[in-house]
Design a protein around this ligand. Sequence first.
Ligand code: NI
Length: 169
Amino acid sequence: MALLTILEYPDARLKRIAAPVTEFTPAIKKLVDDMAHTMYEAPGIGLAATQVDVHKRVIVIDTSEAKNDLKVFINPEIIVADGEIVGEEGCLSVPEYYESVRRAAHVVVRAHDVTGKSFELEATELLAVCIQHEMDHLKGIVFVEHLSQLKQIRIKNKMKKRHREAERV
Ligand code: NI
């Protein structure tokens, strides 16, 4: 398994729209394995293919405490969304930054697994939030883009400073 490089906001590649997966090939299986490995190593609870510069509709999530409940969503679609929840979110593409975002509290998502089999999953709380956050990535949206313009400018500046400092090392 390979460790993939995670793009950091405001990298323009995070704005690309992911294309549906049409063939469930060994390459897709490898992508999923590498994404899961990268997410666990980070460590994070979710990762979208967009974040590793692969513009396909693939998401991996594991919100379990024991990190033993990997969920893979390929071509995910939200078919039910209701209620409201405001929770603090973070993102592997925006390290060390956390902010509250409003999301649907309950979702039903329909997706394919890595073999191409279709399934539906009902989610609430953290898992529901995580699914919506990762699906945003596939649309080219980073969670900070749900915040005020002022906060977005602030975080952009903070990230630019972080990237300048990283270059200096
Ligand atoms: Ni994210």
